[in-house]
Design a protein around this ligand. Sequence first.
Ligand code: SF4
Length: 257
Amino acid sequence: MKDLVQLSSHNSAHAQVAQVQHFAETWSPQQVLTWAFQAFGRDVAISSAFGAEGMVLIDMASRINKDFRLFTVDTEFLFPETYNLMDRIEEKYGITIERVFSALSPEEQQRIHGEALWSRNPDTCCNLRKVEPLRRKLGELSAWITSIRRDQTSVRSGAKRVEWDTKFGLVKVNPIVDWTSKQVWRYIHDHDVPYNALHDQDYPSIGCTHCTRAVRAGEDPRAGRWPGFAKTECGLHIIDPVPAVEQARAASADGGD
Ligand code: SF4
């Protein structure tokens, strides 16, 4: 493993990504996490909705850095099983989950946008309840750690272990980006990691109660998310194209070609 790269005052975080990205592709998830904790200290946090992949990362992180930061965007529409898992995580790992909420309570959202916005315009609902609070939280950080995997959706297929997040403007770290679902579950069983009880009831991917259903045999694991809509992402991991002029500016600021 290339000696863990420390952020220096001479290089922007953006330039550090370019420096480390190539090497990081050969690192284990634990090495990626170790690098992230060393490079960013308290300015990096794991973001999780406590799916199976997220639980793997939380367990791995706890073995490397007992004092790791973990946050979640609580839409206030989560399953009781998810809230129960959050309690179990705090107890088992001795941490406090940082919870981020929408600026609008569910009641305020209904008053302003009408009833059941998720059934008419899930993109707006996700923006209000997930993307905007996430943007606020990421504004406090230099880097975030996610549990996305390349084979989950087409949007995620090009993700790197370490990359610059053009949408939110910070470093994005994806330690298990090349893992399969089988590897995730092997880790969970081998290390006795807690997981959401709904996974045992045909919910491979779990979001809000209004937009998640169990999948039927043979269906895609994410078929139960936003059923009836073409939507497969809530917008947190969609990469915004970087305008050419901004790319050139960033390259020149970082000394890159
Ligand atoms: S998943 Fe559904 S209920 Fe949750 S924020 Fe998105 S649209 Fe709204």
